[in-house]
Design a protein around this ligand. Structure first.
Ligand code: NAP
Length: 251
């Protein structure tokens, strides 16, 4: 057997972007349990290195907003069976009247162009596998605009449109394309959104029971383990306590 730096030749390879935290880290763990060799990428190298040691995977310093960084990732993964485009997030909850262009730019760059950059770079490797799959982590924000959600809504609607176009363009080729749209998940997401303000971040989850990163990772792993003739196009998954973007039961 020819072993590569990413693992034994007969092991399926999964790349997870944004694997240093939350849904990405949990997905890396779930996919490793499912038998994948996981290439875990994020900007915080120390975190992905710890994770890679834990799951027997490969850590990669990755910034999905950088052409060079994504190209370096692609060079390490000549054959890839699964790409989980998870890196992303939101900044702020300003109205459009008060919108900060730099926040919108960041959200577009990481969520939309980051997903595009990683997908484009790894598509040859996904095709080379003969049974590739792309799972994009969208959001309820991709389906439902809400006041203060503008920049994030635009970005995740962009991810949803890109996912659908990719699915259409790859029809007949051996790469499946899926989108998982979670509602509220308790991760570092809100801490990032509110610029590190812990009390604002905690308030998002107060009195309610949100999804956990592990809940979403279970779904990623399930989607990834369907047989090659089954394409799960879209999943919207919400906490029982949430029925739409801003309708949440709190006790
Ligand atoms: P999180 O804990 O903040 O994780 C975000 C991840 O994205 C981190 O690992 C971060 O790693 C990575 N990331 C950010 N910018 C990056 C860049 N330029 N290059 C590479 N990686 C980058 O939040 P999360 O909830 O797990 O978010 C994961 C995905 O789920 C995001 O796409 C988010 O929009 C989506 N989502 C979250 C929720 C929610 O309520 N939490 C709901 C729906 C959808 P580094 O900072 O180390 O680079």
């Amino acid at each position: 057997m020819n072993d590569s730096p990413t693992g034994p030749a007969d092991q399926r390879i999964a790349v997870v972007t944004g694997a240093s935290s939350g849904i990405g880290a949990a997905s890396a763990r779930a996919l490793a349990r499912a038998g994948f060799h996981v290439v875990a990428g994020a900007r915080r190298t120390d975190r992905v290195e710890v994770l890679a040691r834990e799951i027997g995977g490969t850590a990669v310093t990755l910034d999905v907003t950088s052409d060079e960084s994504v190209a370096a990732l692609a060079r390490q993964v000549p054959v890839c069976h699964l790409l989980v485009n998870n890196a992303g997030g939101a900044l702020g909850t300003d109205s459009i009247a008060e919108a900060k262009l730099e926040d919108w730019q960041w959200m577009y760059d990481v969520n939309v162009l980051g997903t595009l950059r990683a997908t484009k770079a790894l598509l040859p490797a996904l095709l080379a596998s003969g049974d590739g799959q792309v799972i994009n982590i969208g959001s309820i924000a991709a389906r439902e605009p809400y006041p203060g959600g503008g920049g994030y809504n635009v970005a995740k609607h962009g991810v949803a449109a890109m996912t659908r176009v990719l699915r259409l363009e790859l029809l007949g080729q051996p790469v499946r394309v899926s989108e998982i749209d979670p509602g509220m998940v308790e991760t570092e997401f809100s801490l990032v959104r509110f610029g590190g303000d812990l009390s604002k971040a905690d308030a998002v989850y107060a009195g309610t029971r949100p999804l956990t990163a592990v809940d979403v990772a279970d779904t990623v792993s399930w989607v990834a383990q369907r047989p090659p003739h089954v394409n799960i196009d879209q999943i919207l998954m919400l906490a029982t306590d949430q029925t739409s973007a801003q309708v949440v039961h709190r006790s």
